[in-house]
Design a protein around this ligand. Structure first.
Ligand code: ZN
Length: 408
């Protein structure tokens, strides 16, 4: 059966080109990126799915007053399997990021360019490749009238590029009835050109703004003021001590430990002969799962209290971003072991389980207790000019997805 599906997939290049051409021509930009959302693109996909022969296509609308239609649509379509109590889900997103500086593009970002095996246009990789791979699998099953061993679920979500609040986060929270405890989740939205990377864990992400207030004065009479830059520097050099308190190691991650990095520093005074009275800097922290971000903030505040006492400044802290990591998907869970086996079979490579330093949409699934893996074969040019996607990689990724559906 899989052999017949694979033959069907191998002859799907034209389907992939045609579908990518249609998708590229309907830019789905969220309101934070200056667009009207995913309505038009999702309507196209909804009728595409129906024409393919999906028995049911469910549209979920997350209310969002920031777009003209008032909602952000996601689509759910399932092909029933022999075992209807278990679903293998492939989750892709429909929204894109803006093309950026058009001068950096060699062609119109919203007109698909085909160059041999390579497709070029905004969104072709991020995340149309996931969309088309998941859809050609469905087309093969429907055309060949094959019932997979478990249900095959295609989920096309809105709003991945600007936070997922109106996309996967909404779907998981508002429609928990869609998902069963034995379901398997694949998110084909990150990966290596070698197809070897399977992401199963992520660090917590924590961006902190630190505001140090002293007292401005003339630099020739420093005693008349309080130098906020000196105090900020004193705090910055204490930050690496966080490694001693939060020292958990895990070779799944690269680097295999938390990172605590001072990054941006706002400008203070304009002239050299003024002692600054206010300094603002930022920290980017990627914290190993299992640590509470409040504990990290409290440790930073302890350092800050010391600096306040020593320098006479006052220090305030503001969260810029705070994403507590979800529990990792266990390496021995079915989605992972099955995926490793099928990737190895299709690509003849040795997949590696990995953790990454920032949030992916899989976190919304993991937080809800689902087991999710992020994998695909990507050339890493998402969000860049001349975004590219390989037809042959799309087909091979589809073969992995198809093989996931069969036990043998
Ligand atoms: Zn993406």
């Amino acid at each position: 059966m899989l052999a017949a599906i694979n033959r069907h997939l191998e002859s799907s290049a034209q389907t992939i080109i045609d579908l990518q051409r249609s998708l590229v021509a309907i830019p789905a930009l969220g309101p934070l990126n200056g667009g009207p959302g995913e309505k038009e693109k999702t309507e196209f996909l909804k009728s595409y799915l129906k024409d393919m022969g999906f028995p049911d296509v469910l549209e979920l609308r997350a209310p969002d007053p920031a777009v003209p239609c008032g909602y952000r649509p996601s689509l759910v379509a399932v092909i029933p399997g022999q075992n209807t109590a278990k679903t293998f889900w492939v989750i892709s997103h429909t929204d894109i990021v803006p093309p950026g500086d058009l001068a950096l593009w060699d062609s119109d970002p919203y007109t698909l360019k085909v160059d041999g095996d390579i497709l070029i246009g905004r969104g072709v990789e991020d995340n149309h490749q996931g969309v088309v791979s998941s859809l050609v699998v469905a087309k093969a099953l429907l055309d060949l009238k094959i019932t997979p061993d478990m249900n095959y679920g295609v989920l096309l979500v809105a709003d991945e590029e600007t936070g997922s609040k109106y996309g996967l986060d909404y779907v998981v929270k508002q429609h928990p009835e869609l998902f069963g405890p034995d379901d398997l989740f694949l998110v084909p939205d990150f990966g290596e050109p070698t197809s070897t990377m399977i992401e199963i864990a992520e660090k917590s992400m924590f961006w902190l703004k630190v505001i140090v207030e002293g007292k401005q004065c003339h630099a020739s009479t420093p005693k008349a003021g309080i130098n906020s830059l000196l105090a900020a520097a004193a705090l910055i050099v204490k930050i690496p001590k966080l490694h001693e308190r939060f020292d958990r190691q895990d070779p799944l991650f690269d680097p295999p430990h938390s990172t605590f990095e001072p990054t941006k520093k706002e400008a203070n005074v304009e002239n050299i002969n003024t002692i600054p009275g206010r300094d603002v800097f930022y920290l980017d922290c990627r914290v190993m799962p299992g640590y509470d971000l409040d504990a990290v903030l409290n440790a930073i505040k302890e350092f800050g209290d010391e600096v306040e006492r020593e320098h006479g400044v006052s220090i305030r802290y503001e969260y810029v971003q705070r994403e507590q990591a979800a529990d990792p998907t266990p390496a021995d869970s079915e989605i992972v072991t099955r995926l490793v086996d099928r990737v190895r079979r299709v690509f003849g490579n040795e997949p590696k389980l990995q953790g990454i330093g920032g949030g992916t949409v899989a976190a919304y699934l993991r937080r809800a207790g689902h087991k999710a893996a992020v994998w695909s074969t990507l050339m890493h040019n998402a969000h860049q000019p001349n975004e590219r996607s390989s037809i042959s990689c799309s087909i091979k990724d589809a073969k992995v997805m198809a093989a996931m559906l069969f036990d043998a």
